[in-house]
Design a protein around this ligand. Structure first.
Ligand SMILES: O=C(O)c1ccc[n+]([C@@H]2O[C@H](COP(=O)([O-])O)[C@@H](O)[C@H]2O)c1
Ligand SMILES: Cc1cc2nc[nH]c2cc1C
Length: 342
């Protein structure tokens, strides 16, 4: 399929279901190479699976990671006015300035792992509608956000990390996850930026109000995203989808990122096969989403920052896996005896 940005929502839906797969020849070649490398079988553990997964999606049995791209999308949410975050909504635009000045955690991590970083602020002066009273976005707003995400991908990148910044977006992610997978607000909310017990109870109530209002429209994942999502989430959905069509593997970040990714998982069972879970965040519902995806996170460090930070850290793990796979000598090349001898 030609990787043009979809022009309308029907075209996005088609792009979500008409998905390219990995290159079986490259994957088989990587598997054969892995068996000859100078190490006991499986001694590099999950790194071996990761390298072969990466090779398949890159279409190259002996790839390298030279051009990782981090994209941070920022959005504001009408539901923030309900008091569901420990921080005020103006922090979103303030943090965008911090990202652009190089002062945030994600700037340091992108630097550490040799990634470029792009920041996309989506209509921060116009928060989405409060989804307890109306759909969060119109169809035009959803389309614009999906297209922003799709177009943000550098087609020359060889690895993508998508991150986000949006005060109140753990409430949004909880509503979206509940819409996509079922359950109540209490099943999906967590402390986000650090709300207290009353804040946690309010988040659950707000999500339940949204689920009740939109309950007849939640069987369609794209409609879930429009009604219960937000611009930075939809942009992440669009970017992860574009990565699939351009053959760029993705490392998923925390709870808001994975709620956005979940739309693709619900649209097509293999919709996230080009993605790996960079980390598991401290937000408990993030682990629940990873269970739905049947993904084991690469890292679990108690992060709950967002911004793509956990996934950016995992670039180091994936780079290590691919460097070993592609750089190591084979038994024959190194003149090392293999393990067949008694
Ligand atoms: O990535 C996560 O799992 C994660 C967990 C907790 C908080 N966050 C970040 O914190 C913000 C949302 O928290 P809140 O409390 O405002 O809903 C948003 O900017 C996210 O990037 C992110
Ligand atoms: C300061 C701050 C930085 C963040 N980065 C991602 N989410 C965030 C939320 C807050 C509050």
């Amino acid at each position: 399929m030609a990787a043009h940005c979809p022009a309308d929502l029907p075209a996005f839906r088609a792009a979500m279901t008409d998905l390219p797969g990995p290159d079986a020849t490259a994957r088989d070649g990587a598997s054969a190479r892995n068996a000859q490398l100078t190490k006991p079988p499986a001694a590099l553990g999950r790194l071996e699976d990761l390298a072969q997964w990466y090779a398949g999606w890159r279409g190259d049995a002996r790839p390298m990671i030279d051009r990782p791209q981090v994209i941070v999308f920022a959005g504001n949410h009408g539901v923030a006015a309900r008091g569901v975050s420990a921080f005020p909504a103006e922090v979103t635009v303030q943090m965008v300035a911090n990202f652009r000045a190089g002062g945030a955690a994600i700037n340091q991590l992108a630097d550490c792992f040799g990634a470029t970083i792009d920041i996309h602020a989506l209509s921060l002066d116009t928060p989405t509608a409060d989804f307890t009273t109306a759909p969060a976005m119109t169809e035009a707003e959803l389309l614009e956000a999906l297209q922003t995400g799709w177009s943000a991908l550098d087609p020359q990148a060889d690895l993508l990390v998508v991150g986000e910044m949006g005060i109140a977006n753990t409430t949004v992610a909880a509503a979206l996850a509940a819409g996509l997978y079922g359950g109540t607000g209490a099943d999906w909310v967590g402390r986000g930026t650090g709300v207290d017990d009353a804040g946690l109870a309010l988040k659950a109530q707000v999500v339940d109000e949204a689920l009740a209002l939109h309950r007849d429209a939640l069987s369609d994942p794209v409609e879930c995203l429009r009604r219960l999502g937000g611009r930075e989430l939809a942009a992440m959905t669009g970017a992860i989808l574009a990565a699939r069509h351009f053959g760029v593997p993705v490392l998923l970040d925390g709870f808001p990122c994975c709620a956005a990714a979940a739309v693709l998982h619900r649209m097509a069972p293999g919709g996230l096969d080009h993605c790996a879970a960079g980390h598991r965040s401290a937000e408990a519902a993030h682990g629940r989403l990873l269970d739905q995806f049947a993904m084991e996170p690469l890292l679990s460090l108690g992060l709950r920052l967002g911004e793509g930070s956990g996934a950016a850290l995992a670039i180091g793990v994936l780079k290590g896996a691919v460097a070993c796979h592609s750089g190591m000598a084979t038994f024959a090349e190194a003149g090392v005896s293999d393990g067949d001898a008694p």
